[in-house]
Design a protein. Sequence first.
Lengths: 439, 171
Amino acid sequence: MVTAETVDLPAETTHPSDDRRRRSVLNWAAPRFCHHLPMTSSDGRHQLSNRPTAAVLVGHWEAKTEGGWITRQVAGALACVADVHVITPDGRVAGQTVDGVFSLHRLATPIDRSAELRRDLLVEALSRTGPERTPAMTPDLTALMDHHLIEPWRDAAEVLKALQPDLIVIAGHQTVGALTAIDRSLPDTPIALLALGTDSHSLAFPHFDHLFDRANSVLTLTEIERSSVAEACRGESKVHRIGAPMAANPSVLGEPNTWVGPTDYILVVTGTGSEDEDEEADLSRLLRLRFPDNPVGIAHTDSFCAWHQGRLNQGWPIERSSDMARLMAWARVTVDLRPGRLFARRCVESLLFGTPIVVPHDSRAKEHAERGRGGLWFSNPAELTWSVEALLEPATRDTFSVQGRHYAEEEYGSTDRFIERVASACGLPNAAIPAQVTT
Amino acid sequence: MGQPALDPQEFLEKLKAQHQVLQWEPLPPDDPERIKESGQTRTRGSLEYLHGHWTLPDDFDPADAGVGGIRGKIVTMFGRLTYRVMAPYLHEERDLLGHIVRVNEALQRRCDELSLRSQQLQDEMLRRQAAEASNQAKLALWLHLEPPSTVSTSGDGRNGRPPSGDNSSKR
């Protein structure tokens, strides 16, 4: 379908149905990809005014964390159907700038990380030690939890009044300050809540109930998050699973990592330092000693260690995502000892490359292994070694590889479907989704 | 897909069943027997009674006669006479009781010290036992997983397994 905003494409940019071409749309940081997207003039005025306006309220506008990354992806998906204004307390100087396809409004009243940490600690402590599973919210407790978390959003009300958006997206179910700003400015505007729920305690905590109650729709990433939110909302009708837009980078298949080479190695991602004495270090040590005849590449946060037959080949830490993708693409099996807490993005990427995963049983990545049938999970060191041992068998590995890749491509591998799911969940017209995208 | 589908849950259960050759774990430490508080209190109560009652009277108290008049005077006179005659014996006995109480007090203190020391030794032994159990659990895990020192290049008959039953190091 072609919308009024879609411009004529050059002759060489055909294949409108080629999904791989469309994937490049989601490089949201670069504004060069969409001819159909609205261009914002240098003074912040919008050149196209017949599209709906969406405001995204986010505590931290960043891409380092899984939560930050998916917030940008959701904002990017909305940018295909609406003019997107991102409002964040971040920044040193207040004002409006252009960030790719977004208009970025910095309030320059950054949220204190220690206040967020105190809130998280309170949630965790009260959920685990209280006499009841859902503690009663007294005014004192409410004030303590919101201390220094409401004030940074004070100026957002004025920005919202000026924008008059058709839709407001709140990133994070704990962002109480954003809802306060909405209530002060545009209490009747539809709200979509991107839950970003990393644990069930936080999702079920009563202090955040009114965000779920006020939201017209709740966006979740994984099935386990969706079911947790549905339980917290006491209803499933407004909870939507949107997945994430991901793709296997084909360029990394051209050449393997030089430290391990094309050796069908076991890739172990510890998420900790090489000198740290914690469980992940013990498990990675166990794996390299248990499989001395297999090359084992261990990615620590401060180094990469390639072990083979007792010999160590040490390299630089894996910092770029393309380097990690290269390692996963050439590995026999990926053992992620500390997967991402939101949706284990690294594990999905491994599955997209057809590399089965072995993950902790109490992690979000278990969903990809269990529901996606893309790998195995462990609850003790013995199960870890049995699982890796089983996945080193070619027939077993190939089966899990095919199953995992099929799941990852179905659920996470399509940008088109992601945009449609986001637009549909937010109640924006799907017809506005562009059919043609060029880079 | 070309291959039969594999359900990871069933696959893991099958793996666990295959590897359940020996369920061994070290004995947990016994529950330590603490000195019972009630016994200690009772002992302390008896000692305090001794401290309060070891002193015997030196002479006859007329109030003990209980009656007045001639009868009372006669009882008082006989009482004083009796105490005067028995005085050396009573003093000896009071000294003896005093020594017995002091010895009991010293014994009580010594017993408390020994009990405390015994408790400390027991705690130390329990800590050591727990450390040994932890160490044995690690050893058991290593033995269960076939440590690298037992891996031969041929892999024949490792840990009593037939050669065909082990493919952990084969690719």
